[in-house]
Design a protein around this ligand. Structure first.
Ligand code: ZN
Length: 221
C-alpha cells in the first residue's frame, strides 16, 4: 500500500536514479524529482532526467549548482582530465566529485522542507559504490541526522539500492515493470551515450556486467 505522503527523488536520468523514481512511485502517493546541473560534461544527462520525469508524470525541477564543477577538478566536469579506466589502488577514482552527494541531498532537503515533503530518495549504493565515500550507508545516516538537526525536521532519506549490486538494480527495475525503459532510455555512461552506452567507461562496464548477470539468471528461472 502506498504511503499518503510525498517523496522527492534525486534524479540524474541514469539507471540507478530512474529505478529509484519508480520505486518511489510504487510507495508514495505523490512524487517529485529534482536534478542538478553541476557542470557535468554531458548536459544530455539533465535532458534525460527531465524526460524520465515527464514519462513518469512527476513534477521536475532542475537546480543550477555549476559552482560545484568550478570548485572541483575531476573527470566528470573537466574535459582536460582523462578518466581513470580502473579505480587506482590507493586513491579515489578521478570521477569522484567531492561533496557531490552531500550537496545534492542538502539542496534536495531544503527544497523538500519548503514544499512540506519529508521523504528523500537517492540512488546511492554501498554494494557498488565505485569507491565513493558519499555513497556509503554510514554517510547517508549521518547526513540524515544532520539535516534533521539543521532544520528541526523529520526527514527520512531512502536508499533502496544501498545493498544491491547492479544485477540487483536490474532485478528491481524488472520487478517495478520498467526494465525496458531503464535499459533503452537511461543514461549511465560517463561519455554521454544513452542505453548501452560507450561500453568502455567504468560506468558502462559496471552496468553491462550487472545486466549480463541478471539476464543469465533470469533466463534460468
Ligand atoms: Zn560509457
Amino acid at each position: 500500500m502506498k504511503q499518503k505522503e510525498s517523496a522527492l527523488v534525486c534524479l540524474s536520468g541514469g539507471q540507478d536514479s530512474t529505478t529509484c523514481l519508480y520505486w518511489a512511485l510504487s510507495r508514495f502517493e505523490k512524487v517529485e524529482a529534482v536534478c542538478f546541473a553541476y557542470g557535468q560534461k554531458h548536459s544530455l544527462e539533465t535532458e534525460v532526467a527531465r524526460r524520465m520525469a515527464e514519462k513518469a508524470g512527476v513534477p521536475f525541477s532542475l537546480l543550477d549548482v555549476s559552482l560545484l564543477g568550478k570548485l572541483t577538478h575531476n573527470a566528470l566536469t573537466d574535459s582536460s582530465v582523462v578518466m581513470d579506466k580502473e579505480k587506482p589502488a590507493d586513491a579515489l577514482p578521478n570521477t569522484f566529485v567531492p561533496g557531490r552527494n552531500m550537496l545534492f541531498l542538502t539542496l534536495a532537503a531544503i527544497k523538500a522542507y519548503e514544499s512540506g515533503i519529508r521523504h528523500l530518495v537517492a540512488g546511492v549504493s554501498q554494494a557498488d559504490f565505485s569507491g565513493y565515500p558519499d555513497c556509503r550507508d554510514t554517510f547517508i545516516r549521518s547526513l540524515n541526522v544532520s539535516l534533521n538537526l539543521a532544520m528541526d525536521a523529520q526527514f527520512v532519506i531512502h536508499t533502496p539500492l544501498m545493498w544491491l549490486d547492479k544485477e540487483g538494480v536490474w532485478a528491481l527495475a524488472d520487478e517495478l515493470g520498467v526494465f525496458d525503459l531503464v535499459r533503452t532510455e537511461t543514461l549511465t555512461c560517463y561519455n554521454g551515450v544513452i542505453a548501452d552506452g560507450c561500453g568502455e567507461c567504468p560506468a558502462c562496464r559496471l552496468r553491462r556486467r550487472g545486466l549480463e548477470r541478471y539476464l543469465a539468471h533470469r533466463g534460468q528461472k
